[in-house]
Design a binder for this molecule. Structure first.
Ligand code: ZN
Length: 257
């Protein structure tokens, strides 16, 4: 069984054909999904999907790149959703993104969004799903100074091996996705090899970042099997064993046990 800890079933590309995509995923052993929001509308849709499908859970929140949509009512809007659905198991994706945004005042807004959403996670006793791009030190500093009680998942981790160890030290799991299978992705392979398996989870980030041999195409939920096989092979362990361990890690961090 595989748990996809970061997928956008709420994205138009997948949403249009959900029944089929989820059926095909199930056929190859992908059993559970965390459908992640990135603004208010996508968060609402994540909940709608989670309410419809048994094995789909929702994460709600504002991704840092959507800072223009962040208002003084955003937290209240998210809280309204939190009160209505029991399928929300995380706040996310939240974090910092300096790849797209390099202006100091924008970074300041992103930090404020990040911190207030960590506080929201703490208020509702939830873990967080973290988006961090070109901002690894600031992301770490915020998690250190404004800790999320239930910790969370470093989605699409792209920092160094050294930093991955720091995140693990403060309780975070590292999510590995399609990028792992890219030929030029050297560091992430090194990180997987050096990370204790109990801190590893899987993700697709579908419809983005398709693993090899689907690179460049729309990422489908079932393609997570290609990433799982690649990872198990890299670690020289049995695929089923790898699936079981990462599945259990996902249940643990999302408190679904
Ligand atoms: Zn995402």
């Amino acid at each position: 069984m595989i748990f996809d800890t970061h997928i956008h079933l709420n994205d138009e590309k997948l949403y249009e054909n959900l029944d089929l995509y989820l059926k095909e995923a199930k056929e190859v052993g992908v059993s559970d999904f965390l459908c992640v929001g990135y603004d208010l509308e996508s968060s609402k849709r994540a909940i709608e999907i989670a309410n419809k499908y048994n094995n789909v859970y929702a994460a709600i929140g504002f991704i840092p790149t959507e800072w223009k949509k962040w208002t003084t009512s955003s937290i209240a809007n998210l809280e309204e959703l939190l009160k209505k659905s029991s399928k929300i198991v995380a706040i996310g994706e939240i974090g910092l993104d300096y790849y797209w945004e390099k202006e100091e005042n924008v970074k300041k807004i992103q930090k404020l969004m990040f911190i207030s959403q960590i506080e929201l996670a703490n208020k509702y006793d939830l873990p967080i799903s973290i988006h961090s791009r070109d901002s690894i030190q600031d992301t770490y500093d915020i998690l250190k100074n404004y800790p999320c009680v239930n910790k969370g998942i470093m989605h699409c981790y792209s920092g160094s091996l050294e930093m991955s160890k720091e995140f693990i030290k403060i309780g975070y799991k590292i999510a590995f996705g399609g990028v792992l299978t890219f030929k030029n992705a050297i560091e992430i392979k090194r990180i997987l090899k050096q990370t204790d398996l109990k801190n590893v989870v899987l993700e697709t980030d579908a419809p983005y970042l398709s693993p090899v041999p689907h690179r460049g195409k729309v990422n489908e939920p079932k393609f997570i099997l290609d990433t799982a096989k690649f990872a198990a092979n890299l670690l020289q362990i049995n695929l089923e064993e790898f699936e079981n361990i990462t599945y259990q890690n996902s249940l643990d961090i999302l408190k679904l046990n």
